[in-house]
Design a protein around this ligand. Structure first.
Ligand SMILES: [Zn+2]
Length: 339
């Protein structure tokens, strides 16, 4: 009896929690895009729908081709929420530092919106980045595209996403520390955050070099060849009349000729020298002086104690030191008025 009475309640409780992750998502439909979001991100969802047409056009002009079908954009509060949601959908190994993720099979761009307010700048960049990935997937279909090119065009589309690392490239080129482009794809998978960050900026720089110096604003050509199933080496050669190795060497040369990092390095070295000078020369001397002053004070105090007269009053010298005036103790009977 008891079991029968409780059953509807148990079922009702299960129904409340069942699919709690996905089903409380709201949806907003716009031209070519559906945004899935939670109530607190209503403004961000409206922003994505409003921006989408322009973002889509931007991506289509950069790499050529057009979206074959509408896409889905899903907003998450944090990287952890996004990772959990991707795991629910069977997508594992999403790095913790990811601000967004594009899954071509689901036609979905996942974006992290850390704050319901003040989101626009970061959100637009991430939206552009992930939309480009979805378009690249549409463009090449089942044909392979190197990760560096996929990330490179996404970075070029979104702008200087990693400007703080931008300076690292000419320095690394100068010392011959750049990763070979043919091996760069492995670097995106490294667990340490700085390695993928450098891989992104290197992919960005090389793709930008191709677009601005070699294929004259038409990266689309390279994607045309990739979409026909050509390898990246062949696609680059057909688009530029230069081999992959030649292009990479030209790019290295261009980076090496950029010496804007030298004044920066000099200022850093100068700052380092000042800190070194302070630590090695000024600080020990100041410490020594303070120690000497302390010792002197202690000595004087000891002297004062010693000079204190038997009746417990300080003598004239100590009084002078304490007050700054010439003070003398009156002798017995000396305070008598003189007449
Ligand atoms: Zn990406």
């Amino acid at each position: 009896m008891v079991r029968h009475a409780l059953l509807p309640w148990i079922l009702a409780l299960l129904a409340v929690f069942e699919g709690a992750g996905a089903q409380d998502l709201l949806r907003l439909d716009g031209p070519g895009v559906t945004v899935r979001y939670r109530a607190r991100h209503e403004n961000a969802a409206i922003y994505c729908v409003n921006q989408y047409s322009e973002v889509r056009h931007h991506a289509e002009v950069l790499i050529g081709g057009q979206f074959k079908a509408p896409i889905i954009v899903e907003l998450s509060d944090s990287a952890e929420t996004m990772i959990a949601r991707c795991a629910e959908l069977g997508v594992e190994a999403v790095p913790e530092w990811a601000g967004g993720l594009a899954i071509a099979e689901l036609r979905t761009a996942f974006l992290v919106v850390p704050s319901p307010h003040n989101y626009e700048w970061g959100l637009r960049r991430t939206l552009v980045h992930e939309v480009v990935h979805l378009l690249v997937a549409d463009r090449v279909g089942a044909h392979p595209v190197p990760r560096w090119l996929d990330e490179g065009v996404a970075q070029v589309a979104e702008g200087y996403a990693t400007a703080n690392l931008w300076l690292a490239l000419p320095v690394r080129a100068f010392f011959g520390w750049l990763h070979p482009m043919s091996k760069l794809d492995e670097r995106f998978l490294t667990a340490l955050e700085v390695a993928p960050a450098l891989a992104y900026v290197q992919a960005d720089s090389f793709t930008r070099f191709l677009e601005q110096r070699v294929v004259d604003g038409r990266l689309a050509r390279i994607f045309d060849h990739l979409a026909r199933g050509e390898s990246i080496e062949r696609a680059l050669y057909l688009s530029t009349d230069l081999t992959f190795a030649d292009l990479e060497a030209m790019w290295h040369g261009e980076l090496k000729s950029d010496r804007t990092w030298m004044p920066w390095l000099c200022s850093q070295v100068g700052f380092g020298l000042v800190v070194f000078f302070m630590l090695v020369l000024v600080w020990p001397r100041a410490r020594r002086r303070k120690a000497e002053a302390d010792a002197r004070m202690e000595q004087e105090d000891a002297l004062a104690d010693a000079e204190e007269s038997e009746d417990g009053f300080p003598d004239g010298r100590t009084l002078r030191r304490m007050t700054g005036f010439e003070v003398r103790r009156l002798e017995e009977g000396e305070d008598e008025p003189r007449v």
